[in-house]
Design a protein around this ligand. Structure first.
Ligand SMILES: [Zn+2]
Ligand SMILES: [Zn+2]
Length: 432
C-alpha cells in the first residue's frame, strides 16, 4: 500500500450530507439576490498580490500576516484571495462594467484564504458570500444592500439577530474624528493593549473594535463619530435610516461599528447574533467610495457586504433550522432476476428524462436487499420490475409510506409523470 495523503492543514472537506446544506444555502442566497436583481460574478481564486496590497491596505493584518502569497514559476507574485471585494472591483474596472451597468449589482459566493494558524473556527480556506453595488452614491443603495442581507437571513429562517448601523464619515470629516480619538486615547495610552498602541498611529478607529476588556472599557467614554459627521454625511446617514424604515428593516444605531478595512466610508453595518454564545458578527458591510479609484478606475462610489458561510451554517444549526429538503420524491428501481436489469435501466432513463431523481444500485443483485436499501435511503417510491412486467412492458410502482401499489404501462411515463410527484395514479388507478 502507498502512503496515505491527508488534507492540507487548516482546510476541510464538505462531505455528502453536509454538502446538501451548502447547496441549499447557496440556492437561498442566489434566489434572494435575484429578487433584488443582482447578478452573479465569478472571479479567479488567485490574483496579483498587489491587488490586495493596494485594495486592502498594506498595514492591515490581512496583508501583513495572513495573506496566502506565492510566487509562480515565472516569479510573478500572486495571492490566494483573502476577500472578495478587491477582485470584483478589479473586474469592474477591467471589463468596463460601469458602462454597461449603472450601477453594477453583483453577488458572489466562494472560497477565500488566509495563512493563519489554524484553530477552531479559523480555517486557511473558508467561504464567503457577498454583494457589491458599484456605481451609486444614493443612500437608498446602502439601504437596499442591507435589506437584501436582512431578507437573506429571514429566508434561511434565522431569527436571533440584530442589525447595527453607523456612519464612519467621509475623507473630510473622518480625519477630524480620528484626531479626536487620538487625543482621547493618548490620555489612556499606558492602559491600552499592544495592538491598540500601534492602531493609535495607523488606524485609530480600530481601537473601538478591540476585543481586549480594558480597551473596551476605555472605549466606552470615547468620542462618538456621530458628533463629528459633516453636514453631507449626517444627511446621507439620515436618508439611509429613512429608507431602512421604508423597507421595514429593523436596526439600531451603534456609533462603535466600524469596518476593519481602510477603504470604507460613510455607512457601516453589521448583523450580529448571540446564537453561538457570545456575540458574533454574522455579516458586515458598508460603503467604500474610495476603492475603485484606489485600484486605478474612475472615481466610482460603491457599497456592499460579505459574510462567512461556515458561521452562518453554525448559527442555522444552533437555531434548529433544517437546511435539508424534506420533499424527497425520488424513485428507487428494484428488479427481480438478472434478465430484467437492462429493462430496469431503460426505465431509469425514462424517469430521469421526466426530471425524477432515480436510484438504481447495479451491485445489489438481490431484490430483497434492494428493498432494504430503498428503506434505508428513505426513498418514497419503489418501481418494481420482474420478468412478467418486462414482457408486458409494464412496471409496478409502490408508495412506501402507504404501501399502496399500482401497475402501469411503460408508455404511461410519457404523460402520467408530467407532474410528478403530484401523481394521481395512487388515487385513480386502484384497480390494477
Ligand atoms: Zn463627511
Ligand atoms: Zn486593545
Amino acid at each position: 500500500m502507498s502512503e496515505k495523503i491527508n488534507i492540507p492543514r487548516g482546510t476541510f472537506d464538505i462531505l455528502p450530507g453536509e454538502s446538501s446544506k451548502w447547496q441549499k444555502l447557496l440556492n437561498i442566497f442566489c434566489e434572494t439576490a435575484n429578487l433584488y436583481s443582482y447578478q452573479e460574478i465569478v472571479t479567479p481564486i488567485f490574483e496579483s498580490a498587489h491587488l490586495f496590497e493596494r485594495g486592502v491596505g498594506e498595514v492591515t493584518d490581512i496583508i501583513e500576516k495572513e495573506m496566502y502569497r506565492f510566487t509562480d514559476r515565472k516569479g510573478r507574485e500572486f495571492a490566494l484571495r483573502p476577500e472578495g471585494t478587491a477582485p470584483i472591483v478589479r473586474s469592474f474596472i477591467e471589463n468596463h462594467l460601469g458602462k454597461e451597468y449603472a450601477p453594477a449589482k453583483l453577488y458572489y459566493f466562494g472560497p477565500m484564504f488566509r495563512y493563519d494558524r489554524p484553530q477552531k473556527g479559523r480555517y486557511r480556506q473558508f467561504h464567503q458570500y457577498g454583494v457589491e453595488l458599484i456605481g451609486s452614491n444614493n443612500p437608498y443603495t446602502d439601504a437596499e444592500v442591507i435589506a437584501l442581507a436582512d431578507h437573506f437571513l429571514k429566508q434561511i429562517g434565522i431569527k436571533n439577530y440584530t442589525l447595527e448601523i453607523n456612519s464612519i464619515g467621509c475623507d473630510k470629516c473622518s480625519p477630524v474624528y480620528d484626531a479626536a480619538l487620538i487625543e482621547y486615547y493618548s490620555k489612556h495610552k499606558d492602559e491600552l493593549c499592544g495592538d491598540c498602541v500601534k492602531r493609535l498611529e495607523k488606524n485609530p478607529k480600530r481601537l473601538l473594535d478591540c476585543k481586549n476588556e480594558k480597551c473596551q472599557l476605555i472605549g466606552k467614554e470615547a468620542p462618538s463619530i456621530l458628533d463629528y459627521l459633516d453636514e453631507d454625511c449626517a444627511a446621507a446617514f439620515e436618508k439611509v435610516k429613512y429608507y431602512l424604515n421604508l423597507l421595514k428593516v429593523d436596526y439600531i444605531v451603534n456609533p462603535r461599528i466600524i469596518r476593519g478595512l481602510d477603504y470604507y466610508s460613510n455607512t457601516a453595518f453589521e448583523f450580529l447574533t448571540t446564537s453561538l454564545g457570545s456575540q458574533n458578527a454574522l455579516l458586515g458591510g458598508g460603503r467604500y467610495n474610495g476603492l475603485v479609484k484606489q485600484l486605478g478606475g474612475v472615481d466610482t462610489p460603491a457599497v456592499g457586504f460579505a459574510g462567512g458561510v461556515e458561521r452562518l451554517l453554525a448559527v442555522a444549526e444552533a437555531e434548529g433550522i433544517s437546511l435539508v429538503d424534506s420533499g424527497n420524491s425520488g424513485i428507487y428501481v428494484a428488479n427481480i432476476g438478472a434478465e430484467t436489469i437492462d429493462y430496469a435501466l431503460a426505465l431509469c432513463a425514462e424517469f430521469r428524462s421526466k426530471g425524477i431523481s432515480v436510484e438504481y444500485e447495479i451491485d445489489k443483485n438481490n431484490f430483497k436487499s434492494q428493498l432494504k436499501s430503498a428503506n434505508r435511503l428513505n426513498i418514497p417510491y419503489v418501481c418494481i420490475v420482474g420478468s412478467e412486467e418486462m414482457e408486458g412492458q409494464r412496471f409496478t410502482l409502490k408508495e412506501m409510506n402507504s404501501g399502496k401499489q399500482v401497475t402501469l404501462n411503460r408508455s404511461d411515463i410519457g404523460e402520467k409523470f408530467n407532474n410528478w410527484p403530484k401523481l394521481s395514479v395512487f388515487e385513480a388507478e386502484q384497480t390494477c
